[in-house]
Design a protein around this ligand. Structure first.
Ligand code: AMP
Length: 524
């Protein structure tokens, strides 16, 4: 993919003739605007691009001194902090492959990742050091460093202190490996998605243009940084544009409301938006200075989209991507941001809807599996050549496993994961359609629809709903659905809960729901 020269509003020219590697992208921004803010703390303290370059160079020396060579993996399981983010830039300078791990993973789960990826270095929380040291000894991981929760202490900080503030950036090829991100692995073994510099940099440059990022932007960052959304979509796009991030340790609606007047962009998962809508301090006036609200990682309900629009006058921009592909589609910057839709394929991304079995392309409007191809799409799963082959078509399209259709105007809609498809009495039922109908019922805050084994039907539809109206029981919900969706799609059981179980990215944990309610129709 070729990019022409683009100027940011600060007049810094980021000229790229071919997709650069990720560190070159960062360096180009540093050279163009060294004094521009990169990270802004909750207290307003600013770390400039030049400052971030110097600190990450020191961290890169610490990595190199610990034995990390270009191509080696660095596994990271630490709390979110500015230093934690700088380890990404440090790994890039050292030519290492970055492997961030969800902070919620137990030591038993981490064993699998370390055994699979054989990193040269592990960076962990100080409290985990004894258990991690034993694990590293068992698995032959040669180096272990620690970093504390606010990023100011730990053996990494000691190792970086006094190191040179410049690092001779390891030369890497654009198609060289930049990161391995393990998929959340709701079924079977978690797989390591291998992401190249070109995958990441091309997507960052595309998003910079599509979402109009400039050096004037301040992105309110409250996402975790072990996942593609907070680490790559937010951070790499910021770097590509020379923007700044107001960097919060975690999501906190009060902090978001307090800092929103300083921000021009918010990137969030749908839960951010439902929580903001429930916050008394979130008003139209507060949202006015924000030019762009982005949502992704899980479906944003059309109801939330409309409610947000009614309150603020602004339309949330929903986009769709995944760990393996970076971002695939986005609603338009100008033009209609359609509720319930993830928008159009991004420039450079080919997207088609295919029959899951025959792989034949399906006509517009029909539901099938979403397949994508482009510079954004990963090269394969770490040490899983067969799994990789299974998930690519012969012509190079990646089979996402998401089911969707393209409407008459070209907008892509997602109706669920292939594995979540419910087949009841021979009929296909798409959970997203039933969830949308449930969400429209006054008194239902949110819903999740699953298929549960049923003696007659094979599977039966079960709705798990969070209600704001305590009087809304199964009978009332089913009555409200009568004219909304066909009889065969209606739930056989409606369960009310206080909260839907969600993972760190706001995705409803349907596997957990299936486990909990799996025996609902079992014959006793
Ligand atoms: P992850 O690899 O953790 O980012 O998860 C990727 C998956 O999240 C996709 O395959 C989709 O199933 C889902 N996803 C991401 N964005 C959206 C969206 N805007 N609407 C619906 N599902 C989404």
């Amino acid at each position: 993919m070729r990019h022409s020269s683009v100027s940011s509003s600060k007049g810094c020219k980021l000229a790229t003739t071919a997709t650069p590697d990720m560190f070159s992208l960062f360096r180009a921004t540093c050279d163009a605007a060294p004094d521009a803010p990169f990270l802004i703390g909750e207290d307003g303290a600013v770390l400039t691009y030049a400052g971030a370059r110097a600190r990450s160079a020191q961290l890169a020396h610490a990595f190199r001194n610990a034995g990390v060579q270009p191509g080696d993996r660095i596994a990271i399981q630490v709390e979110k902090s500015q230093t934690a983010l700088l380890t990404w830039l440090a790994a890039l300078q050292a030519g290492a492959v970055y492997l961030p791990l969800n902070t919620a993973y137990t030591i038993g789960e981490v064993r699998y990742f370390l055994g699979d990826a054989s990193p040269a270095l592990v960076l962990c929380r100080p409290a985990d050091e004894p258990a991690m040291a034993a694990l590293c000894a068992e698995l032959g991981v040669p180096a272990l460093l620690t970093l504390d929760a606010d990023g100011s202490g730990g053996s990494l900080i000691e190792a970086a202190a006094g190191q040179p503030t410049a690092f001779d950036h390891a030369r890497v090829q654009p198609d060289g490996l930049a990161a391995i991100l393990y998929t959340s692995g709701t079924t079977g073994r978690s797989k390591g998605a291998m992401l190249s510099h070109a995958n990441l940099a091309s997507n960052a440059l595309t998003l910079r243009e599509y979402w109009r990022f400039t050096g004037d932007d301040r992105l309110l960052h409250a996402l975790p940084i072990f996942h593609t959304h907070g680490l790559f979509v937010a951070t790499n796009t910021t770097i590509a544009a020379g923007s700044a991030m107001i960097f919060l340790p975690k999501f906190d609606a009060d902090a978001l409301v307090r800092l929103m007047p300083q921000a021009s962009v918010l990137m969030g998962v749908p839960t951010f938006y439902t929580r903001l809508l429930g916050h008394p301090g979130f008003t139209r006036e507060l949202a006015e200075g924000v030019r762009l609200f982005v949502s992704g990682s899980a479906p944003l309900s059309a109801e939330t989209h409309k409610e947000f629009n009614a309150l603020t006058g602004q339309a949330i921009l929903e986009r769709y991507g995944m760990t393996e592909t970076n971002m695939n589609t986005s609603n338009p910057y100008d033009g209609q941001r359609r509720p319930g839709s993830v928008g159009f394929p991004l420039p450079g991304v080919a997207l088609r809807i295919a029959d899951p079995d025959s792989a034949a392309a399906l006509p517009q409007g029909e539901i099938g599996v979403i397949e994508v191809k482009g510079a954004n799409v990963f090269g394969g799963y770490w040490q899983m050549p067969e799994k990789t082959r299974e998930e690519f078509r012969a012509d190079g399209f990646f089979i996402t496993g998401d089911l969707g259709f393209i409407d008459a105007d070209g907008y892509v809609h997602i109706v669920g994961r292939a594995k979540d498809l419910i087949i009841a009495g021979g009929f296909n039922i798409y959970p997203a359609e039933v969830e949308a109908a449930l969400d429209e019922i006054p008194g239902i805050a949110e819903s999740a629809v699953i298929g549960v084994a049923h003696p007659d039907m094979g599977e039966a539809v079960v709705a798990v709903v969070k209600v704001t109206d305590a009087g809304l029981d199964q009978t009332a919900v089913l009555a409200a659905l009568t004219d909304r969706i066909a009889r065969f799609k209606q739930p056989r059981a409606v369960v009310t809960v206080d909260e839907l179980p969600r993972n760190a990215m706001g995705k409803v944990q349907k596997a957990l729901l299936r486990e909990t309610y799996g025996a609902l129709f079992a014959k006793t």
